[in-house]
Design a protein around this ligand. Structure first.
Ligand code: NDP
Length: 272
């Protein structure tokens, strides 16, 4: 049996085992997938112990170990390099551990699944943390007209945009953000985790907005989604689809099989 796991702290809330077992069943794979709660100072040791099992094939990595996973991997995909973070590790036949970041691909696949045409669109990306970093290059690959990054701490947005260095990518501050006229507004901040609206968000951001996307997800629509709808965004989506799509991309890296994501999203929407 191929063995997989998700490493994080905290980890109890993770639905990754459910997602990957559903994928495995639909693809005819027999897998084990466990949640591993890792003490904050023991990620490298926990990883080594997991991969020492000959049946261990790969793992997911979540908060707060994504940057450490990037450093541990023998090499990293271009998306992982852009994000400077890894959410998926895979062991090859020589026992070497390779790093990937599938979060941005998950976002793009979910947008496409909702018939969102990214090409030629003006995208406002709120936040400049790990999730934002992972999203930028996969979004750019879909040929938007422009991506503006708006972050509570402007210096972090500048640092991110400078390091990714692309002509479509700029920073906007609170004096300019209302004039950006975004078609798509993406909330990549962690504000929704405390039921808050990201600082600096104003009604003007949603005036001509066709989609407000919140990377966070939960049982209820987020504060950001409610606010966006109230102020004119025509469609609002949460990040559940992104979660399942990034998992599907990881599953493909490990097994070379592409699971159907729609039934899993539907199941989690109702049950989780
Ligand atoms: P980080 O901790 O790396 O970054 C957090 C970001 O949120 C920073 O830009 C921070 O700004 C900003 N922020 C936090 N609180 C506020 C606030 N009250 N107002 C404005 N900005 C705020 O987190 P991640 O990037 O890893 O994750 C961000 C979100 O994305 C989380 O909700 C996470 O659940 C979600 N996510 C979803 C995924 C999915 O598959 N659906 C995958 C990965 C992440 P500052 O720099 O000023 O501190």
């Amino acid at each position: 049996m191929k063995k997989f796991a998700v490493f994080g702290n905290p980890i109890a809330h993770s639905v990754s085992p459910t997602i990957h077992q559903m994928f495995a069943k639909s693809c005819g794979e027999d897998i084990g997938y466990e949640k591993i709660l890792v003490p904050l100072d023991s990620f490298a040791e926990a990883l080594e112990s997991f991969f020492s099992d000959p049946q261990a094939v790969g793992c997911n990595v979540t908060v707060p170990f994504k940057q450490q996973a990037f450093e541990i991997a023998i090499d990293n995909s271009s998306a992982a390099k852009a994000a400077q973070a890894v959410n998926t590790l895979s062991k090859d036949s020589h026992g070497k551990i390779h790093g990937y970041n599938t979060d941005g691909m998950g976002l793009v696949r979910d947008l496409i699944a909702h018939d969102t045409d990214i090409k030629g669109k003006r995208i406002l990306l709120i936040g400049a943390g790990g999730a934002a970093r992972g999203a930028v290059m996969p979004l750019i690959e879909q040929f938007p007209a422009a991506i503006a990054v708006f972050n509570r701490t402007k210096e972090k947005a500048i640092e991110m945009v400078d390091s990714l260095s692309h002509e479509l990518l700029t920073v906007v501050d609170k004096t300019a953000v209302n004039d950006f006229a975004a078609d798509i507004v993406i909330n990549s901040t962690s504000a929704s985790l405390s039921n808050a609206l990201p600082e600096g968000v104003t009604p003007e951001l949603f005036a001509g907005c066709e989609l407000a996307y919140d990377m966070a997800y939960g049982k209820q629509r987020t504060t950001f989604m409610e606010y966006a709808e109230q102020h004119g965004a025509r469609q609002q989506l949460d990040g559940l689809g992104m979660l399942v799509e990034q998992a599907a991309a990881a599953f493909t890296i490990w097994t070379a099989k592409s699971p159907d994501t729609a039934p899993v999203i539907q199941y989690l929407r109702v049950k989780a």
